[in-house]
Design a protein around this ligand. Structure first.
Ligand SMILES: Nc1ncnc2c1ncn2[C@@H]1O[C@H](COP(=O)(O)OP(=O)(O)O)[C@@H](O)[C@H]1O
Ligand SMILES: [Mg+2]
Length: 347
């Protein structure tokens, strides 16, 4: 794993060739390529990292990449499309249906028998506009209208309890996994929730996103009978959102070696189901060990965030940039450490 002096020199090199160094994701991929003497270049604002060696050219832009085909992008951009491809391939994915604005009643007639449900945009990202665990018509109807007004259609989906994971796959192999804990604070018996959030936001390294105090989190804590001015008792954990996306202040914990062989094969099967997908981030819900439920693939990101694996808040760092550059320039390939339970470990 590279050191901060290494990244300082990469940033310098990137600046020299007209590349912006704002995105960590770009810096780690450019760093891995540069270290293998692969030529870097940038154009315009420099937010797309171009890499060349001989006739081989690739690019990476904060997760968007030249390895995936446009068909892979089409199959994953719309959650209902990815979902039906997965289900047709025997991968467990939540039951869902897309509804149009004004169809709240029809949507509830579909949703009520399988409630609690989730309402979210069909092609959203970063957890924006995602409302989870809805089981009352009063909540459903206002959330449905809010989502359709902002995003056009609404995807209504069965809610699955479980631990939220992001599993990173390159060329059909699971490379890393992160457990994502939804934004939360721990009470000290003195400070208000608002103060605890502000403290946590200032104490986190800049690579982690801030906890967002918005309408969604206000509503989430209200449903627990709390407000931003409540003072949680010492040691009490107050969850601030139902979604675990890191963009809204979730915590990333490395979970690569915690995945079982079965979970790894399951995600690798899901990866094979999407044509042309060479790099992907799979949102996987893993149920509690005590329940007999199956793991569920919530969505597939063809432009995945990689900093969570490279720099987790808790646990071991995983060099996913190395696996990405290996896939782009196989002649320069370097060994990558696979998960403890990977079926490919000795091959
Ligand atoms: N069907 C579901 N059951 C339980 N939680 C869900 C479900 N759908 C979404 N979530 C929660 O919301 C988060 C964001 O949903 P996701 O479909 O991944 O949208 P986005 O593209 O915005 O990340 C998930 O990581 C998960 O925490
Ligand atoms: Mg997601």
């Amino acid at each position: 794993m590279m050191t901060s002096t290494f990244y300082d020199s990469v940033r310098q090199k990137m600046a020299e060739v007209g590349l912006s160094t704002k995105l960590w994701s770009n810096v780690v991929v450019a760093g891995e390529a540069h270290d293998r003497n692969i030529r870097l270049s940038g154009t315009g604002r420099g937010i797309k990292v171009f890499m060349h060696q001989g006739d081989v050219r690739h690019h990476w832009r904060g997760g968007r990449n030249s390895l995936n085909t446009s068909l892979a992008r089409k199959c994953t951009d719309y959650k209902d499309v990815a979902n039906s491809i997965l289900r047709a391939s025997g991968v467990h994915a939540p039951e869902n249906t897309v509804f149009k604005p004004g169809e709240a009643k029809r949507a509830w007639a579909w949703a009520e028998p399988i409630a609690p449900v989730v309402v979210k945009p069909n092609n959203g990202m970063q957890g924006k506009g995602v409302f989870v665990n809805i089981d009352r018509w009063e909540d459903f109807s206002s959330i449905f209208d809010q989502v359709t007004q902002a995003y056009g259609d609404a995807l209504v989906e069965r809610f699955h309890p479980g631990q939220d994971h992001r599993v990173f796959v390159v060329d059909g192999k699971v490379i890393a996994a992160t457990r994502r804990l939804a934004a939360h604070v721990i009470g000290d018996g003195k400070a208000t929730i608002k103060t605890l959030v502000e403290k946590k936001n200032t104490s986190r390294p800049t690579i982690h996103k801030k906890i967002v105090m918005d309408e969604t989190s206000s509503m989430y804590i209200e449903r627990q009978g709390l407000s931003w001015d409540s003072i949680p008792p010492e040691g009490d954990r107050v969850q601030l959102r139902g979604t675990a996306n890191l963009h809204t202040g979730g915590d990333a914990m490395d979970a690569t070696d915690l995945l079982t062989a079965g979970e790894i094969s399951y995600v690798e099967r899901a990866a094979k189901a999407i044509p042309g997908l060479r790099v992907g981030g799979f949102d996987l819900l893993i149920p509690d060990a005590s329940s007999c439920a199956e793991s569920t693939v919530l969505e597939i990101n063809e432009n995945p965030m990689i900093s969570m694996h490279q720099f987790p808040a808790i646990g071991k760092r995983r060099d996913v940039a190395r696996a990405i550059v290996n896939a782009m320039f196989p002649e320069t390939a370097r060994p990558v450490e696979l998960p403890a339970n990977s079926p490919h470990r000795d091959t």
